[in-house]
Write a protein that binds this ligand. Sequence first.
Ligand code: SF4
Length: 462
Amino acid sequence: MYRRYHLDTNPAPDITAFPNRFRVRVTKHGLASFLIKELIHYRANTKIVANRPCMYGVFSGPVGGFAPRPHLCVGCLRCTTQYPEFVQIYPDPEHRQLGDSYLTPEYAETIHYEAQNGRVPVKGAGFRGPFGGQGWNGMWTDMSEIVRPTRDGIHGREFISTAVDLGPRPPFLAFDEQGAVEGRAPATLSLPLPMLFEVPPSAVLSEKLAKILLTAAQEAQTLLILPLWAIKKFALVGRSIVPLIGAADAVVGRNISFTPSMIELEGWENGVYRQAQREFPGSLICLRLESVSRDDLLQSYGAGMRLFHLATNLHGRGRDGRFVLDLIREAHRVFVDAGCRDEVTLLGSGGIVAAEHVPKAIICGLDAVALDTPLLIALQAQFLGECCDRQSSQFTLPSGLKPEWGVQRIKNLLASWRDQLLEVLGAMGLREVRRLRGEIGRAMFQTDLEREAFSGIEGYGS
Ligand code: SF4
């Protein structure tokens, strides 16, 4: 029976204190004399006095500004502009410690909000971020073309599909004289979300974390990639697990006690590939890549590989230092030029730390993304220094991490990102995310626009 895909969201408040964005410093003496003046001016109307000078209630606690409530401060600077002699607003240094140089405190705060309740963050004051920059910030989605009746995926008035298919697809269908499709049906796997879970960084991969991610993946009907040692050590089973097989894990079958939906090979080894095919004929086989080489891609394609995972580091950089956006576009282009793009599936991971990065990555050419650090932030993990490399980066998870809470936080995050994906698809008039793949005409790139505007002008590019 058909059931529309739905992810249950429920409030899952933080289990460790989340730092405020601002610190509010009030000089008690200055405040006392100000309050006396206010009480006289407003004839002891405490309701008015208590709401001034902050309409967000920072000074409306039981003892007013003598014990300000900085968690309510939005940083509008109204108070300090009007009363600089006794109110100062400072960025909270603890807040600035969230994440690292790539997953900035602003991204971390947004992920926290999304994981807490599964809602779409709406600030009500328009986009406050940069209108250009490095990486994903240099790419904008173009939703200005009115090509549709209004589509409303989030509120359910119209259904927009976020399902994607992984695995080999034939270039065309052939029919016999009776009109039946000739040959074997391709073995594809449909996921209701274009989001998988990437291998957690080594330093944080514990039994508890693996089980939280696995349960969340099962409930969201998606996949979790795990190294073989973790599957064996934690005795994990389930079709949602994607074993990651290295060249050293030569005897594949003896190490996996179940039939996974998909197996991922760490690199191209013809022997391991053939062995995995033989031992798991019902599983999709995916090749993990850390860089893009036209020859390697086409050689693997020629050997029968149809599923590729472009895995960059946690900052979205490939082995050659290029950003994931450029690598995705190149890999997509290789298959388009070879005339076989529709036969292969392209997954990608690394550097995808905001909901908007998912549709952007799909527009660049991915079929689906695999999430890494956002899942850790959802679980209130702390980054210890710069976290770029998957093997050596250090994180700490909260000591009171409870499995049910963790699963709900991840489901909330996925639900929020799915709703934001639906917003993008709705605004573009698309009925399904499959049609977004490689739709580069739906995007604008800062470098292209600047070149069009300024090339030929002296000084451009210098
Ligand atoms: S900066 Fe704005 S929100 Fe914060 S305390 Fe002052 S008036 Fe209130």
